[in-house]
Design a protein around this ligand. Structure first.
Ligand code: GLU
Length: 303
């Protein structure tokens, strides 16, 4: 029997310098793939022209290399793949599940009652009920975003770390945006198209993206794409309990490099991942025989 080869991926957003949380995800994604003799691909999620800059892409690659993490082949830039997202979008359009949404941000907030598990508002679907005439009228003054209409369908999967997870899309998530009013395709669509095109079989990322997974799996079904395996890592938290973000300047790689060598930083992360007992300097390659899913923590970690 031929066992399919694992292919993992790095998917950083080049909107600034990477911080400790990004390094954590990258290191563990790399270990999970390479320890299974798998492939590793790099995708730069630079779709948002307001936030991403080409120089940040170069910096991300230099930082991954500095840490001792490698990837196969050429990096993939989302900003160069609009044509592929368009094809997927059109396929969904043909299936009749996409509609224009004219709501402004304020209207969207007013039009949403409960909240998703990730804290964002659930849209009540009001623009799905507009008549053709109303759509024509509204488009005279506003450019719509495009939403996908989700069903009352439960999506369930077993996460490699978090165990069973399920969501009824209509109830827990609501109709979500696939293309913004400025024309930029949404992360949820791009990630699904890219993971499939890049042959990714294993997605390892932060548990802040756990609740995106049912949406992505549903889109994979609609586009006849395979489901990768998912492993959602516990988050690294700042000492005040918030998850680390780009604004935590002291945890940004530029700052960390003043205090740590690559090996000592990898040791710190490996110790947080329960792969070594003490935060001693070590390289990613030396960690390969020590990696196992069972050892990894399930709870968020204050670092
Ligand atoms: N680009 C996302 C981030 O940097 C990760 C997306 C993903 O792993 O699916 O948070």
């Amino acid at each position: 029997m031929r066992v399919n080869r694992v292919v993992g991926r790095f998917a950083p957003s080049p909107s600034g310098r990477m911080h400790l949380g990004n390094l954590w995800s990258c290191l563990l994604a790399w270990l999970a793939a390479r320890s299974a003799s798998g492939g590793m691909v790099l995708r730069l999620e630079d779709l948002d022209p307001d936030r991403c800059r080409p120089e940040y892409c170069d910096q991300v690659m230099r930082d991954l290399e500095w840490l001792g993490l490698d990837w196969d082949g050429q990096p993939v830039y989302q900003s160069r793949r609009t044509e592929r997202y368009k094809q997927a979008f059109q396929r969904l359009e043909q299936q009749g599940v996409i509609y224009p949404c004219f709501c402004t941000r304020a209207e969207r907030l007013a039009a949403s009652a409960p909240h998703r598990s990730d804290g964002t508002a659930i849209y009540d679907g009001r623009c799905a009920r507009l008549s053709q005439w109303e759509r024509v009228e509204l488009s005279k003054t506003r450019r719509p975003a495009w939403r996908v209409r989700v069903p009352e369908q439960e999506i369930a999967f077993t996460d490699l770390l978090q165990g069973g997870f399920r969501e009824v899309l209509a109830r827990d998530c609501g109709d979500f945006i696939l293309r913004r009013s400025d024309g930029v395709y949404a992360y949820q669509l791009a990630v699904v198209v890219d993971d499939a095109d890049m042959g990714v079989t294993q997605v390892v990322r932060g548990s802040d993206l756990l609740s995106s997974t049912p949406r992505q799996m549903w889109l994979q079904d609609r586009l006849s794409l395979p489901h990768p395996a998912y492993g959602h890592l516990p988050l690294l938290l700042a000492r005040d309990g918030r998850r680390l973000a780009k604004r935590d300047r002291d945890r940004e790689l530029g700052q960390l490099q003043r205090e740590y060598t690559a090996r000592s930083l990898v040791g710190l992360l490996a110790c947080a991942a329960n792969l070594i007992d003490r935060p001693e300097p070590i390289t990613p390659r030396e960690l390969l025989p020590l990696f196992s899913w069972e050892k990894l923590p399930r709870e968020d970690i204050t670092i």
